[in-house]
Each structure stands twice: as C-alpha cells, then as structure tokens.
Design a protein around this ligand. Structure first.
Ligand code: FCB
Length: 468
C-alpha cells in the first residue's frame, strides 16, 4: 500500500467554472447583453475573433456537465450566475426564464449529491450598467446589492455557499486599466482607485444582502487573486522579505520591477479594507490626489465579516532579502511554464494561503481556483494524456498540504476548471479543463488529469508513490 498524504475529513474537493466562459446562449430567453458580449463582438479584442456566443453550450448541456462531475466523484461545483440573465438591465425587471435556468442547474446538482458554490459576479457585467459608468460609479455597487438580494431571495433556500465577486483585481486592472478585458477601458489612476473601491463596496453590499434576505444561514466569501510572493530560499530572512513584499507600501523598487509592471497597489490595498476596514495609511498618502472618494460608512460595509476567504492561485514570484529591502529573483530562462506563459510554482499555493490567513487571522480559507493550461491533444484512441497537468496537480497539492502544519483552516480546493472553455482574451486557444471540450461536437472528454483527480477525491488525499 502506498502512502497517502491525507487531507482533513470533510475537505471540499471541487471544480470551478464561470457563466460567460461556458454557457453560450448569449441572447437566449431574455438575457441582456453583458460587457463580455459587447467586448468579444468588437473586432480585434479576442484572439482569433473568438466569442462566448456558444462556448461549451452549458446553457443547454448542463446535465452533461453534472453527469461528468458525478462520474468523477466531484462533490462541489463552483459556477457563476450571469447577472444580465437575471436582470437584463442590471437592475429593475427580473427575467424569470433566466432565474429558472439556474434553478434547474441547482436542482440537478443537488439531485446528484453535488453542493453548489455560487459566484454572483464573474466579470459579465450587464452592458446597460457599463453604459451608466460601470464600476467607475457607486450606483453600480448599489445595483449589485439589488442583484444580490434577488439571488438571495430566489436561491438561498437551496444554495448556502456564496462568493460575491471573482477577482475584483482582474476586473479593475485588466478591465479598466489595461483594456485587455471587458469593458476594455483605460481609465486614469484616480478613476482606477475609485473602481477598486466601488468593487469592494459591491462585495460588502452583497454580503449584507445575503444576511438580510437569505432564507437560511448562508456562507459568504469573496474570491481574491493576491500577488503571491514566496521566499527564494528556505532561510528565514527571505521568508520575512517575502511576507513584507505582500503588503509593504515602501518597496517601490519591488513594485517597479513587478510583473505586470506599474500596478500602484499591493495586496494590502485590497485586503486591508476587507479585514481591517481601512486602506493602508502609507499607500493612501502616496496616492495624494488619486485617492478614491470614500465614506466611513462604506468602509464599515466593505469590512462586514465573511465566512470564508476564497483564493485563486496559479503562480507566485520569488523574493529575497536585498540590500534595500525585498527583491524579486528573476525566473531562470528555462523555468517551467504553462502553455499560457504563467510560471509553474507549486509553492505559491502554500505561501499564497498561509501568508494572508496568518496576517488577518482568517479561520476559513478555500482555494477557489488553481489549475494549468496545457497544449492538450485529443488522440485517435479518444484519450487526452495531459500528464503535464497531472504533474502540476501533484506538486501543487503536496505544497498546499503543508498549510496544515500551521493549523490553517483550509476547507477546500477547487480546480480551475471542469472543462476547456472560453479563456477570456485568449478565446479558445488556452485549455485549462480537466475535461477536454471537443468544440466542433461539444463533447466533454475527461482527460488523464480528471481520472487523477477522481483518485485524489476517493482517497481524500494524494498518493505519494512516484512523486519526484
Ligand atoms: C482566473 C479567472 C478564471 C480563469 C482562470 C484561468 O483569473 O478567474 O475565469 O480565466 O484565471
């Protein structure tokens, strides 16, 4: 019998997806236009001109998705609700057909013993709201509150686990600063900081709506994607430097050499409001005229206690103690990478969970996304041997397991993603799924990594044989 690195009893193994990436049916049954519909229909925005119009057609094939999850023993499914399917104009009139779709999905999950984890917002903002200013204006945060209220009232008798926002950092930075994601804006620094604040405010209002209108006691969280920094060596100095570099506003040098460059905030700018109810004082001062308009009441709303922190973690950066503080250690030229270019750094899971959990004393953490894109090939025997992805998961899970040595309350782990799907500006050219989507036929074909995950779930842990 080989040894198994066991995870705690009741550990939640799951997979994640997002509405725009899998559903298709972009204008079916009264759905309103989202910013991703508009963006992908704009020439030159998405690689090869791809759109999410059909995607994996999960709107019509969700029963197949559930069936494949069941066959793999997956017990939790994180999916997102398309805001414009529920509220075509972002607020006001409710689209009953859209509401029904998610009822059918939730019922199908429950019937098959799979617990839903529902993300309220995974980037597909109703276009109508963007036309009114999107996250530049606070009225969008209040529209989100109204949307969250509808979700709580309609679904919370069946679904208790809720994630308000997915990676608000990506919405702000890729969507409003770099213009790489919808809505494709390139706003000023001041507006960007306001966008961040309004996103955080939306989250807080969402948590409050769940508390006020939930039909049972719900679990609310947010999925964040911190800039993960890991010590370059096992020495304690580098660990201290890595920790400092997560939050310090002082290390200009570090931020200047950051990848992607010129982000003007650290993890503290995002996490301190959530957990401490304020923006980091030093960074606030540095921003001078670019600070957002905030009120004390809003800071209270943003820091409303949640039930868990969701973390989406893929890669990290190595940090060492330098002469003037933390320094980035550049990756070697041949360092392992995903097909999308992201570095493969298994330790990112361990430090990425441990550092924020310890800093803020967070009791319940869930890895709400982790995974890798690979150049998968459907072989003529009908199989997909994604051994590089299997190796990725072995290494990342072994690293994640180390958090238990520090008594960190890690509750679950969700693979990104169930099936190859529309990977934002990369269209269908990056495959992250543990199931292969054969786009011409829309068949779902479990890859070797899906069978590997099935074993992990069955054993509630990682078999240690053949680990390098
Ligand atoms: C995350 C997103 C998710 C997916 C993965 C690869 O940042 O939340 O939708 O695109 O990256």
């Amino acid at each position: 019998m080989s040894k198994i690195l066991k995870f705690p009893k009741d550990f939640k193994w799951g997979v994640a997806t997002a509405s725009y990436q899998i559903e298709g049916a972009w204008k079916k049954d009264g759905k309103g236009e989202s910013i991703w519909d508009r963006f992908s229909h704009t020439k030159g925005k998405i690689r090869d001109g791809h759109t999410g119009d059909i995607a994996c057609d999960s709107y019509h094939r969700f029963k197949e998705d559930v069936k494949v999850m069941k066959s793999l023993g997956i017990k939790q499914y994180r999916f997102s609700i398309s805001w414009p399917r529920i509220l075509p104009n972002g607020k006001g009139r409710v689209n009953e057909k859209g509401v029904t779709y998610y009822h059918r999905l939730i019922d199908e999950l429950l019937k098959n013993g799979i617990t839903p984890y529902i993300t309220m917002f995974h980037w597909d903002l109703p276009q109508k709201l963007e036309d009114e200013g999107g996250f530049r204006v606070k009225s969008t945060s209040y529209a989100f509150a109204e949307y969250a209220k509808v979700l709580a009232k309609r679904y919370s008798d069946k679904a208790v686990n809720w994630i308000t926002l997915n990676e608000p950092l990506a919405t702000a930075y890729a969507g409003y600063k770099l213009g790489m994601h919808a809505p494709g804006a390139k706003v000023s620094e001041k507006t960007l900081n306001q966008v961040i604040h309004n996103l955080l405010l939306s989250h807080g209002l969402g948590v409050l709506a769940l508390g006020a209108y939930g039909k049972q006691d719900c679990n609310a969280g947010i999925s964040m994607n911190p800039f993960v920094r890991m010590p370059a060596t096992a020495g304690s100095k580098d660990y201290a430097a890595a920790k400092e570099s997560w939050y310090s506003g002082k290390n200009e040098l570090l931020r200047r050499s950051n990848e992607p460059p010129k982000m003007n905030w650290t993890n503290g700018w995002w996490f301190d409001p959530l957990y401490l109810g304020k923006y980091p004082a030093g960074q606030w001062q540095e921003k001078k005229k670019d600070v957002p308009v905030i009120t004390a009441e809003e800071m209270k709303i943003i820091s409303t206690p949640t039930d868990f922190l969701g973390l989406n973690i893929y890669s990290g950066m190595n940090i060492k103690e330098g002469k003037k503080g933390p320094e980035i250690v550049a990756f070697k030229e041949n360092a392992p990478r995903m097909s999308s270019g992201g570095y493969i750094t298994p330790e990112a899971l361990y430090y990425g969970v441990r550092i924020p959990a310890e800093r803020y004393g967070i009791k319940n953490v869930i890895v709400t996304e982790n995974g890798s894109s690979c150049n998968d090939v459907l072989l003529h025997n009908g199989k997909v041997n994604d051994l590089a992805r299997v190796d990725f998961f072995k290494k990342y899970l072994a690293s994640l397991h180390k958090v238990f040595k520090h008594k960190i309350g890690l509750q679950g782990y969700f693979i990104w993603t169930l099936l190859d799907n529309f990977e934002w500006s990369a269209g269908y050219t990056e495959r992250f799924g543990i199931c292969y989507t054969d786009f011409p036929s829309l068949r779902r074909i479990p890859k070797a990594s899906a069978y590997f995950y099935k074993e992990v779930i069955k054993n509630n842990g990682l078999r240690l044989e053949n680990m390098k």
